[in-house]
Design a protein around this ligand. Structure first.
Ligand code: GRF
Length: 229
């Protein structure tokens, strides 16, 4: 498929950009095309990751803006020339206001390192250890005004081992994030994941809960197998 026929997305980052890298690596096998990467942090390592891949980058530093609304309006303007169909948050460390969310409602995904609704916000790995949980994981959800609380699409879980620390959990979760996020974004591009009546849907049906990554991978393998026949 020509790049111009693909589903154009923006990826918003603030830091290392390892999820961005996973999205870039999967791009050639996908229906999406990263049109632009935007960072609020001029020093985000992910900007170099994007530039190395030949992707346009924009930096919108929060300095100089009076309030969150003013920043979010500027963010909408920054994205306008790229005509993106979806905005993918990949470690974007800002809380968004209506000024942005109304513009992209139902077309924004976020990835969060916990099994939401558990542990919205920061320090999720520490909090799951402190709580003595047996399981931890990640969630991919549509973004709404409430922080880390939009309709869930996909989760992946791992068993917490006795010797896990916040650092080992972080890297174990991130490894799964790099598998899960490109798949989820591709399903959004394909129209399999959609947002209707404030609900997350999979292939036209409202989801009662998130799909688990291993089930989704099995389903997609079946799909490929039947395609091959
Ligand atoms: C990820 O762990 C993601 O879950 C959270 O921010 C982190 C971003 O990491 N929202 P990276 O910049 O993609 O490495």
């Amino acid at each position: 498929m020509a790049d111009s026929e693909k589903f154009p997305i923006a990826v918003l980052i603030s830091g290392r950009g390892t999820n961005l890298k996973a999205l870039i690596d999967y791009q050639d096998h996908s229906l999406y095309q990263i049109a632009v990467v935007v960072s609020n942090n001029p020093d985000a390592e992910g900007l170099e990751v994007a530039q190395f891949a030949g992707i346009a980058t924009e930096v919108l530093d929060s300095k100089g803006f009076d309030d969150r609304e003013a920043y979010d309006q500027a963010l909408v303007k920054t994205l306008a020339p790229y005509s993106v169909k979806a905005v993918i948050m990949a470690g974007f460390m800002r809380i968004l206001t209506k000024a942005f969310i109304n513009e992209f409602e139902g077309r924004m995904l976020n990835i969060h390192p916990s099994l939401l609704p558990k542990y919205p916000g920061l320090h999720t790995h520490e909090r799951t250890l402190e709580a003595g949980d047996a399981e931890h994981g990640l969630s991919i959800h549509f973004v709404t005004e409430e922080l880390d609380a939009g309709p869930l699409l996909l989760q992946a879980t791992l068993d917490i081992e006795d010797d896990d620390t916040a650092d080992t959990l972080k890297s174990r979760v991130q490894k799964m994030e790099h598998e899960a996020y490109p798949l989820a974004v591709n399903l959004l591009a394909r129209g399999d994941f959609a947002y209707q009546n404030h609900q997350a849907c999979f292939r036209g049906q409202p989801l009662k809960g998130p799909i688990m990554l291993n089930k989704l991978q099995a389903l997609m393998q079946q799909h490929h197998a039947s395609d091959a026949h």
